[in-house]
Design a protein around this ligand. Structure first.
Ligand SMILES: Cc1cc2nc3c(=O)[nH]c(=O)nc-3n(C[C@H](O)[C@H](O)[C@H](O)COP(=O)(O)O)c2cc1C
Ligand code: SF4
Length: 427
């Protein structure tokens, strides 16, 4: 097994790791102090750009480039921190916030300094009460010690940080729905253009970044872009927190370099499949990604390598299913999730996710036929590129991928049979 010294989760085992004293004793706020006393905002932005950091929320957009889109002369700008994390099987932000809320805060302050932002909103899913409290406590501690508020560390830089609890819906994590939610409206995505970098929160230019993205920033400023680039692949450097769930012996979070092979994560870190069974299929990037089969598990877990094999990294939520799990039944659950979470603003998604679920219910229960398979294919294709936000494409991806890769399972279900159930009955 490759031994990797954790970067993002290095304080997790420390007693009271969430406390400001512990954070400071272990090098915390050193990067902020360095930036405020010896680096210009542009130098901080240049360092983040040079590091090659790409957004950990799923799309993998270069972070430095995103920051550079914000007009420098805008009098008011905001940062919205995406801590919504509502996708099943994804829990890396939650674990990070519980363990090290000050590291997120330091990343936020460095981003605000680089971009010239005076206020940040951390948007956290309402049900994650423990996370919201950890952040509120960290903000209060940081304010009392001069890291948040007016004239930070005696410099001209001032920044407020607010913790905002969302109402709890998957769509709240979509960046423009998140902005609507903070503004007190129903969380439905906005049409673009204009993009949030121009017209964002309260009509002002806004950066939106994921928790794990910002968590990488203090170490980039402290240890330098060149150090960051020594971790993981050149096109997507840095550490990554992977979440493993399902039929593995040791489910949990594992921090490894971006690009770690999926097989290594499953077999070495998570202890392999439990109960002496074999792998059935693996969902590499939570509900919006295409399942992979055993022969594909050597793929490096980074954005580009996964796209080459027709799937996505997402936020790094890996669900491992053993040989007893039926792909059609799993897809029925995904479709139920997307049907429930569609905000209903645009027709292809509002109608399409309902139809996906209806035909999958029939197929999974053995009451469907080949027309249902064709409806699933047709409706899923209509979801790609025709919706206001990416949830439509997310709902389509696992279905279209599985129709391509597991045609025999769909054919069997269309004939009222489940090959897996038959195999289990015979055994
Ligand atoms: C339906 C939907 C849900 C999303 N949920 C999240 C989320 O919970 N957290 C997140 O960081 N990004 C989420 N995203 C992606 C965000 O829209 C956005 O791309 C991301 O926060 C940008 O941050 P990054 O550049 O640091 O990755 C979601 C996107 C969609 C379409
Ligand atoms: S794609 Fe779905 S979730 Fe996104 S705006 Fe349209 S209806 Fe809402």
């Amino acid at each position: 097994m490759t031994v990797f010294e954790p970067v993002l989760l290095r304080r997790r085992g420390l007693d009271r790791s969430f406390d400001l004293d512990v954070y400071e004793r272990s090098g915390g706020y050193r990067a902020l102090r360095k930036a405020l006393t010896s680096l210009s905002p542009q130098e901080v932005m240049d360092e983040v750009s040079a590091s090659g950091l790409r957004g950990r929320g799923g799309a993998g957009f270069p972070t430095g480039r995103k920051w550079s889109f914000i007009p420098t002369d805008a009098p008011v700008k905001y940062l919205a921190v995406n801590a919504d994390e509502s996708e099943p099987g994804t829990f890396n932000n939650r674990v990070f916030i519980d363990a090290d809320p000050h590291a997120l805060l330091e990343g936020i302050l460095l981003c605000c300094y680089a971009v010239g932002i005076g206020a940040a909103y951390i948007y956290i899913r309402g049900e994650n009460l423990a996370g919201a409290r950890a952040l509120e406590r960290a903000v209060a501690q940081a304010r009392a010690r001069g890291y948040v508020g007016g004239k930070i560390l005696g410099t001209a830089f001032s920044c407020e940080v607010h913790v905002f609890r969302g109402a709890g819906a998957y769509i709240c994590g979509e960046e423009t729905a998140l902005l609507e939610s903070i503004e007190g409206r129903r969380p439905q995505p906005r049409s673009r253009p204009p993009f949030p970098a121009v017209v964002g929160l309260f009509g002002r230019p806004t950066v939106i970044n994921n928790v794990e993205t910002l968590a990488c920033v203090p170490d980039i400023v402290d240890r330098g872009a060149a150090w960051f680039k020594t971790i993981g692949p050149e096109a997507a450097p840095g550490p990554k927190i992977y979440c493993l769930s399902g039929h593995v012996r040791r489910p949990g979070v594992y921090e490894q370099p971006m690009g770690t092979p999926l097989r290594e994560l499953i077999e070495e870190h998570a202890g392999g499949i439990r109960g002496g069974r074999r792998i059935g299929f693996v969902i590499p990037g939570a509900a919006a990604s295409t399942a992979l089969v055993e022969s594909e598990l050597d793929v490096p877990m980074d954005y580009d390598s996964l796209r080459k094999v027709g799937t996505e990294l997402g936020a790094g939520g890996i669900a491992v299913m053993d040989e007893t799990v039926c792909i059609v039944e799993t897809l029925e659950r995904f479709a139920r999730f997307f049907r429930h979470e569609s905000c209903g603003k645009c027709v292809p998604c509002r109608e399409g996710t309902v139809w996906q679920h209806l035909v999958l219910e029939r197929l999974a229960s053995g009451t469907g036929d080949t027309r249902d398979v064709e409806v699933l294919r047709d409706v899923s294709q209509q979801l790609v590129g025709r919706t206001l936000c990416a949830l439509g494409a997310f709902a389509a991806a696992p279905q279209l991928g599985a129709l391509r890769k597991f045609p025999e399972h769909f054919a069997a279900h269309a004939a009222g049979r489940c090959p897996l159930r038959e195999a289990m009955t015979l055994a």
